[in-house]
Write a protein that binds this ligand. Sequence first.
Ligand SMILES: [Zn+2]
Length: 169
Amino acid sequence: MTEQEKREIVRQSFGYCCAYCGVHENEVGSELELDHFHPRAAGGSDDLENLVYCCPACNRIKSDFWPSDPTVRRLLHPQRDVIAEHFREDTDGRLIALTQTGAFYIERLRLNRPPLIALRQARAERISLRLEVNELRVAQAKLQEQLVARDEQINEIVAQLNRLLSNNG
Ligand SMILES: [Zn+2]
């Protein structure tokens, strides 16, 4: 397997997003980087299973971190840990830790850095706008149905009037 093929597999398996902060290639404006989850400096391999797709900022922040005691103060693996068990996203875009490991992870990778909070807020706003647009579309369709029904009623009344007029004539 060539380096390029390896890169493409990792890129796809992480959905073109940074495995740590979730930023998409399109939001960064370029392809992201490959991180060695277990750093090579700490004995990590170059194998596919050790590669994580990651943005330049997270890669720089994570650096060669590798826990001496891999119990609590360790990094979560984006695909091997159930991330949702360790932290959740608050309505203001901040990540809130649910476990000690989650708290360490957020802190160590600085996942509440201001641009990430702003990005999460913008994404949440986009979702709520989309919901609002859908609701408006449903309301509009209902109004159109009502208009059609009204039109039919008016036509019926006009037809009745015409009949009455011609009977009287
Ligand atoms: Zn990132």
